[in-house]
Design a protein around this ligand. Structure first.
Ligand code: GLV
Length: 331
């Protein structure tokens, strides 16, 4: 029997066309994001699923999809998937690490620069016609923070954290970092998390969201940050206590923030960060370049192709399913 594979969004890249030759491929054509009820109905009838980080793959969905043999997510983060539930069912989960490292670090550094130099505020000021004779150039006009020579603290020294460290080196920054398992990276000083926060002018978050990292930057840790520091988050919103961050930005403890990810996405209208002038906001676009998104889609298709052949996925989050008695064959 030809395996049925459901793709939750139209994908860029080339490999998705190849995939169509090996299965009965059904792609959600929108408009908009796939509703959860439609995902459940489609998953119930398919052997393979290619999803995005906006699709929640939980126990309920898996219970409704007894024929499901693999899941391939076009994302590096997999906090939208109940990995333990997939593993218990012998279902491999693919993801797309590596190809988005530099693109995401570029976004983090762009947010760092924009927050330091108040580019969001400055853009709104010019656009809104406020740049008038009585608010023209002056010595203290839109003054920000210097990036060159400052100290960057990296929370999570994985591939994206290390790419951030390389960018910081180019700006003559001192680089401190905390990683759950200590890892030696040239030019980077490893410290405890609290020390990194206390000594950094800029802090950039690069850990995955797990039960261990949820609210890692809570009110106590945000209070530990150096007065006048800048926080950048391109990892996941759930890692930072958004209310505590907003309070620290509003009362002047922190200078600014650059935020790409939110506890709830799309961001809730009453998110306290939205009303603050000193936050540069982006709508979860860390890996959003045409080239990188095509590479991610190709990786997601390659993981699915391997699963259809009954081979291990090249980038599998839960390779233990390939131990004897692990993964189930599609079909
Ligand atoms: C983006 O956030 C990803 O996980 O790929």
């Amino acid at each position: 029997m030809t395996a049925r594979v459901f793709v939750t969004h139209q994908l860029p890249g080339e490999r998705i066309h190849e995939l169509a030759r090996f299965c009965d491929l059904n792609v959600w054509m929108g408009p908009g994001l796939l509703p959860a009820a439609t995902l459940r109905a489609e998953a119930a009838a398919c052997q393979g699923l290619i999803c995005l980080l906006t699709d929640r793959i939980d126990r309920q969905l898996l219970d409704a999809a007894p024929g499901l043999r693999f899941v391939s997510s076009m994302s590096v983060g997999v906090d939208h998937v109940d990995v333990a539930a997939l593993t218990a069912r012998g279902i491999p989960l693919g993801h797309t690490p590596g190809v988005l490292v530099d693109t995401t670090a570029d976004t983090a550094f762009a947010l760092l620069m924009a927050a330091a130099r108040r580019l969001g505020e400055a853009d709104r000021f010019v656009r809104q016609g406020k740049w008038a004779a009585d608010t023209a150039w002056a010595p203290d006009f839109f003054t920000g923070k210097d990036v060159g020579g400052a100290t960057l603290g990296i929370v999570g020294l994985g591939a994206i954290g290390q790419a951030m460290a390389r960018r910081a080196a180019g700006f003559g920054m001192r680089v401190l970092a905390w990683n759950r398992t200590p890892r030696a990276v040239p030019g980077v000083e490893l410290l405890s998390l609290d020390e990194v926060l206390a000594h950094s002018d800029f802090v950039s978050v690069h850990v995955a969201l797990t039960e261990q990292t949820r609210q890692l930057l809570d009110a106590r840790r945000i209070a530990l940050m150096k007065p006048g520091a800048v926080l950048v988050n391109t990892a996941r919103g759930g890692i930072v206590d958004e209310c505590a961050l907003a309070a620290a930005l509003a009362d002047g403890h922190l200078f600014a923030a650059g935020i790409d990810v939110y506890e709830q996405e799309p961001v809730a209208a009453d998110n306290p960060l939205l009303g603050l002038p000193n936050v540069v906001l982006a709508p979860h676009i860390g890996s959003a370049t045409l080239h990188t998104r095509a590479l991610m889609a190709d990786m997601a298709a390659d993981n699915a192709l391997a699963a259809l052949r009954g081979a291990p996925m090249p980038c599998c989050v839960n390779p233990s399913v390939y131990a004897p008695g692990g993964a189930r064959e599609p079909g």
